[in-house]
Design a protein around this ligand. Structure first.
Ligand code: SF4
Length: 203
């Protein structure tokens, strides 16, 4: 079997408490199953990535090894959909003992992928968007499918503390009442790390 490679779009070092806990390097990758109307990464997602092996990514990021281990930080995989590259993380993880692995994800991937991801990552930042299926599909271009079941699985596998939720106000698609309904349903699952914010739409 060929060595798994990651479609790297870029690295951003020394992100404090933005992309997970501690000092974190954001590792942006290509590819996403959704087409969100206000995606801020659309241009980046269209760029040709450079493909790196696990050893190559480790070499590029190990300069911050001490910071990662001293602060409980590590690598946060985002950009597009992080859970598209599970073979890669399984190769990378043994090279980086003591680093936190965080996944930024929409969870609109197969239940099998989420089960593997629960073993590969310590923390998840879930861009849930909305729990209203019609609003979700109108905004992302895709039905929510297994998102809710995947979230429930993660809560059971890792506990609510390991999961940070983003619940946006999406101008033209939802409203505060929709945010309230989404937040209430998430709290019923025991989730408390819920960030509400508004997308800024530039004309
Ligand atoms: S899930 Fe994120 S990366 Fe994918 S289209 Fe939506 S905003 Fe863009």
């Amino acid at each position: 079997m060929s060595e798994p490679k990651y479609p790297l779009l870029g690295l951003s070092r020394h992100r404090m408490e933005i992309d997970g806990e501690g000092v974190t390097t954001l590792v942006a990758g290509a590819g996403c199953p959704l087409s969100c109307a206000y995606c801020i990464n659309k241009n980046a997602l269209r760029q040709a990535p450079s493909y790196v092996t696990a050893a190559e990514l480790y070499e590029k990021t190990r300069i911050d090894d001490l910071y990662f281990r001293a602060t409980g930080g590590g690598l946060c995989f985002g950009g597009g959909e992080s859970l598209l590259h599970l073979d890669f993380y399984e190769s990378l993880r043994p090279l980086c003992p003591g680093w936190r692995f965080t996944a930024e994800t929409c969870l609109n991937v197969s239940p099998g992928a989420v089960r593997r991801a629960a073993a590969a990552f310590d923390t998840f930042i879930v861009d849930i968007k909305t729990l209203d299926p019609a609003i979700y599909e109108g905004y992302t271009g895709k039905a929510p499918g297994p998102v809710w079941e995947n979230l429930k699985y993660l809560v059971g596998a890792l506990g609510p503390e390991a999961i940070h939720l983003r619940v946006p106000l999406i101008p033209g698609y939802n409203d505060e009442a929709d945010q309230d309904r989404s937040e209430a349903a998430l709290r019923k699952l025991g989730l408390t790390r819920i960030e509400r914010f508004s997308y800024v739409v530039r004309g």
